[in-house]
Structures are given as C-alpha cells and as structure tokens.
Design a protein around this ligand. Structure first.
Ligand code: ADP
Ligand code: MG
Length: 377
C-alpha cells in the first residue's frame, strides 16, 4: 500500500487528471503532473507540473524519481516512455492494457481473440486496401484512424457506395494514416458504458451503467441509472469485468457499449482511465470514479459504487461560450445543480470546458431539468 502523504505522478494534464487530483487530495496524497504543453488544467491543482516531451528521458527520469507511483489520464502516451518509467517506478494501468487500448486494430483483435462481442471490422493501410475493406464491410460503415482519434476525430461515416467511390480522396482526407479500421455502422438502440476498477490483487468494482447521448460523435449527456433492464446492466458489468481481468488492469477501465436492435450488447471501445461518461459518479455515487482510481493504484480498499440518487451529467463544450461566458449564477440558481469547470482558458468549439450534474428523485426529472438548464445557457 502506498500510504497517504505519498506522491502520485500523473501522465497527461487534462481535466481527467485535474479531477483525479481533486479526489486524491482529500485522501491526503500529493501530485506531480507530466504534460508536454503547459500550463494545463491538472497542473493548476498539482504540487508540481513538468512540461517536457514524452521522449525527454532526463525529464521522465526526474518525474519518476520524484513520485511513489505513476498513473495516467491520457492513453496516447508512447509505449517507450511507459517502458522507461517502469524501470524506475510502477506505472498503472500497465503497459499491456495501454498498448491494446491506444490502437483500434489491437483493441478489436483483442476483443475478437477473447470471444467478446464487437462490430464487424476490416483493416486498411493504403487507398487500395481501403477499397477492399469497404467492399467487405458494406454500408453503412465508418472508417476510423487506428491511433490518436478521440471525440469522433479521424472518422468518416460512409452511407453509400457513391461516398466510397474515390478511396484515394478518402485516404487523403484521413491524413494518410499508417492504418485505419473500417467498421460496420451499428443502427443501435442506445449507447451505454460501464467503468470498472481493479486492484493488483484482482479485486474489482463496477459503477452503475450509464446511458450516453452523443451529439456530433461527442458525448453530450450521461444518464444514471441507465433506462434499460437489469439483465442488460448485468451483461455490461460482466463484459467490463472480463476485460479488466484479461488486460490485467490496475486502476480504471471504461467500456463503451452499443445496444443492438436484438437487445444484445456490442463493445465499441475501451479506455484504461477515468471516462467522461463516469463524471456523474462525483455527484451521484458514494465513491467517484476518480477516487476509486486513486484507491486502486495506491492499493487502498475500493469504495462503494452505489448510486445515491438519479443523476444526469451534461458536458459543457466550448460552443456554449459562443455568446460569451455562460450565466453561471442562473445555472446554479437551481440548488440541485453541481457545476464543474476545468479552468482551461480558450473555449474552442468542441473543446471540453466543464460539465454539470443534476440530481433528482427520478431519472426523468433529472434529465428534464438538466436539458432545460442546458438549453437556457
Ligand atoms: P471516439 O474515440 O471518438 O470516442 P468512437 O469509436 O467511440 O470514437 O466513436 C464516437 C461515436 O461515434 C460513438 O460513441 C458512436 O456514437 C459513433 N459510432 C462510432 N462507431 C460506430 C459504429 N460502428 N456504429 C454506430 N455508431 C458508431
Ligand atoms: Mg468513444
């Protein structure tokens, strides 16, 4: 066990790191953040922020020597950096989980090899092989760059053969990546997610399944409890636990799921870190996903994940700032609203700037109140 008073190192400096630190502080831990571009949202609440590249060995060494354990809030950390840090201090969730989750091809291969449900897919590494892959998958489908995509970036949806006629043009539009995955587009009944925490000793907890609403491929709202039957919830938890175990995760893993028209769940993707769809746990659950992650990586017992009240989380993207700073007083005039801002500065469209949660007696009331508040911002 890494005792309170110790220092936890975090790779990545975004809002997920910031909320990890805010949760870990109340347990008495100190935090150092490693992020190439500063000043960053996590660094502002850390004891120390290091701004250096992920291939700067000297900076990595100093970071590792200054902390007791290392974790991350961003999965696209180069494997070489993780391997190097691991020679000095333990890094959680660990290389294998990270290596698989940071690349869509490895992720899909892992799911398939593990017998876990995922969408039909093919790979391509050129305009020519893209043509073959699209022909095999059919329409509608979606092309996704294998690495570095998030919030729908690096994706092209294909509705019909006309759109796929010129694969050289598509390949250029994708930025001529080393590799893409072509997936069947699932006409799903809904999107859900389960965040699972696992410790080195194998013990696990899952948070209540969230129901997620995406707008323009970016998460807009998470609803807990999910408005779906108990059997589906149980199935989602089983899948998340199976993945956490197979990947030997220490910390959190979030599993994004589609609900198929036949009622079965299909795994979309995984993230070995706190997840946007788990932000509702700060205000809705006895233990938040962020506190649970800290507990898991330092080896403390895991807390209760019980949902105390129906909770709806709404993301605040930079778009909400288009008419100037939103009227926070008006939002907070509802005493059941909890506001979380990430202090990120420039509110570019699509950039995650904050979120708010509404709790209520029923999930319908929480959702109606949250959407009404969002519309009036
Ligand atoms: P990101 O890394 O950007 O989150 P995702 O693969 O999760 O990438 O895609 C973002 C969103 O796009 C999903 O949450 C879903 O709404 C939609 N989407 C992606 N792939 C599919 C698919 N195969 N079928 C249906 N919807 C999809
Ligand atoms: Mg996703």
């Amino acid at each position: 066990m890494i005792a309170p008073g110790s220092t936890i190192g975090i790779l990545g400096g975004g809002q997920l790191g910031r909320m990890l630190i805010l949760a870990g502080r109340s347990l008495g831990y100190r935090f150092h953040v490693y992020e190439p571009k500063g000043p960053c949202a996590a660094g502002m609440v850390a004891d120390l922020e290091i701004n250096a590249a992920y291939d700067d060995r000297e900076a990595l060494r100093q970071f590792a020597e200054g902390v007791d354990v290392i974790t991350l809030e961003f999965e696209n950390i180069p494997a070489e950096a993780i391997d190097f840090l691991n020679t000095i201090k333990s890094v959680y969730p660990g290389r294998e989980a990270l290596h698989i989750c940071q690349h869509r091809q490895r992720e899909k291969d892992f799911l398939k090899a593990s017998g876990l449900p995922c969408v039909a897919f093919e790979y391509a590494d050129s305009a020519e092989s893209l043509q073959t892959a699209i022909a095999a998958i059919g329409f509608p489908s979606v092309i996704k760059t294998a690495a570095f995509g998030y919030d729908g970036k690096g994706q092209i949806k294909l509705s019909d053969p006309v759109q796929a006629a010129d694969t050289s043009a598509l390949w250029r539009l994708l930025g001529e990546p080393p590799r893409v995955v072509v997936e069947k587009w699932i006409e799903h009944k809904g999107e859900f997610s389960v965040v699972c925490a696992r410790k080195l000793d194998g013990s696990m907890t899952t948070f209540p399944m969230a129901e997620n609403i995406h707008v323009n491929h970016i998460l807009h709202a998470s609803i807990a409890p999910a408005r779906i039957g108990d059997a589906v919830k149980a199935e989602g938890e089983t899948l998340a636990r199976a993945i956490a175990e197979k990947l030997n995760v220490v910390g959190l893993i979030a599993v994004e799921l589609f609900l198929n028209t036949d009622g079965s769940l299909i795994i979309n993707e995984m993230a070995p870190r706190p997840h946007n769809s788990g932000h509702y746990t700060i205000d809705g659950c006895h233990t938040s996903q962020f506190e649970q992650h800290i507990r898991a990586v330092v080896g403390l017992p895991l807390g209760s994940t019980e949902l105390l009240r129906p909770t709806v989380m709404i993301n605040l993207l930079g778009d909400t700032w288009s008419q100037g700073t939103p009227n926070w007083s008006q939002l907070l005039a509802d005493p059941l609203v909890k506001l979380h801002l990430y202090d990120k500065g420039d509110p570019r469209p699509g950039r995650k700037m904050g979120h708010f949660c509404v709790v209520a007696e029923t999930v319908e009331d929480a959702l109606a109140a949250a959407e009404k508040q969002f519309a009036s911002l």
